[in-house]
Design a binder for this molecule. Structure first.
Ligand SMILES: [Zn+2]
Length: 76
């Protein structure tokens, strides 16, 4: 459940901590998944960022969308 996700447009009008987006996780099993989403959201978008194939562990430049080694599609 996402709370305050649209209030960030009011940042500056309201105190930052009031309108900071909050991610509420009901299922504790999804906590790691939610943390991953938050980490991704906080990472600056870097076009030159390399990625690692989740299937075979091969490293790739951001220009590639498929793994040349095992043909897996890059997981976003
Ligand atoms: Zn691969």
């Amino acid at each position: 459940m996402m709370k305050n996700d649209r209030l960030s447009s009011l940042a500056g009008e309201l105190p930052l901590l009031v309108c900071w987006p909050e991610l509420w996780v009901k299922d504790s099993l999804k906590e790691a998944w939610a943390k991953e989403i938050i980490e991704q959201a906080l990472q600056p978008t870097n076009a030159e960022e390399n990625w690692v194939c989740k299937n075979c562990g091969e490293q790739h430049s951001s220009r590639f969308t498929d793994c040349w080694n095992c043909q897996s599609i890059k997981a976003f």
